[in-house]
Design a binder for this molecule. Structure first.
Ligand SMILES: Nc1ncnc2c1ncn2[C@@H]1O[C@H](COP(=O)(O)OP(=O)(O)O)[C@@H](O)[C@H]1O
Ligand SMILES: [Mg+2]
Length: 258
């Protein structure tokens, strides 16, 4: 469905400034409905990669194919249209509009595609019920809890049934309970919409929800760990790679693992 070939992103280099190769010859292919995790040290290029795959930034070189189209050659207006139709985004800091309730916030992608309001409301209320979000549903973001806001952000990312959801550390600001709720929400929505998910995370427990996890270092793929068998075994294999990559910042106690 989405295929990246030899993506490279170089920042700087103008006017004698030093240049930095944040993404370095990255290959990737994502299949429909797949949940792919991305892990790697801070500064390894995860956000840069996600932004390029989401057509928010252009690569310095390389190709990005989606259902037979090469996206890096599109105009910025065509890319915006592509994003509205095919992609959903979840950021760590929610990015909800303060002037709208959580419910109204989730309508935005359908408002932009001029969907019938009745369809819009029905769909969002069904998704909210599936995520247990009936209580905070009519609140404004400033009166809602972190977990409620993040679940609303997840609904907004999936309400238009995108082919791919890009999530950059979606549980980064959440405690472990809210984090579990969000991940379960993503799983529920993924099943309903058959959306693929690409999720950057620092948390091996969150990563263990994925079908496979890509480890990146210095902008390149280092290794890939696939689910298969039990989730506990997958988590153990993820932890092995995380610590081999220098997991000194790992909070094992916080993850309930020590
Ligand atoms: N817009 C930018 N301009 C210049 N350098 C950047 C920019 N965005 C990221 N970088 C640099 O690229 C590297 C990778 O950053 P990033 O993709 O944010 O990594 P990660 O998300 O893994 O922490 C870092 O060294 C960062 O400082
Ligand atoms: Mg980042």
């Amino acid at each position: 469905m989405l295929e990246a070939r030899f993506l490279t992103k170089i920042y700087g280099g103008e006017g004698g400034m030093p240049s930095h190769r944040a993404v370095n010859g990255f290959h990737l292919s994502i299949h429909p409905g797949e949940w792919v995790g991305v892990m790697g040290p801070s500064g390894s290029g995860k956000t840069s990669l996600l932004r390029i795959l989401g057509t928010l930034d252009l690569p310095t070189s390389g190709e990005l194919w989606f259902q037979g189209r090469e996206l890096t050659t599109l105009s910025s207006e065509e890319r915006a249209q592509f994003r509205r139709r095919h992609l959903g985004f979840i950021f760590q800091d929610f990015r909800l509009l303060e002037a709208l309730t959580l419910r109204e916030n989730t309508w935005l992608p359908l408002v932009l595609s001029r969907e019938d309001p009745a369809v819009m409301q029905e769909r969002s209320d069904t998704m909210a019920a599936a995520l247990g979000l009936d209580k905070g549903w009519h609140r404004y973001p400033r009166h809602a809890s972190g977990g409620e806001k993040q679940r609303a952000a997840a609904i907004r990312a999936m309400i238009h049934r995108p082919d791919l959801v890009l999530a950059d550390e979606p549980t980064g600001n959440l405690d472990s309970k809210a984090s579990r709720a969000l991940l379960s929400a993503l799983e529920t929505l993924r099943q309903q919409a058959n959306s693929a998910i690409l999720m950057v995370t620092h948390d091996p427990v969150a990563a263990s929800r994925c079908d496979r996890v890509l480890f990146i270092r210095d902008g390149a793929l280092m290794t890939e760990v696939r689910h298969g068998g039990k989730r506990q075994d997958f988590l153990r294999r993820l932890l092995t790679v995380v610590s081999a990559m220098g997991g000194e910042h790992l909070d094992l106690e916080g993850m309930g693992l020590s």
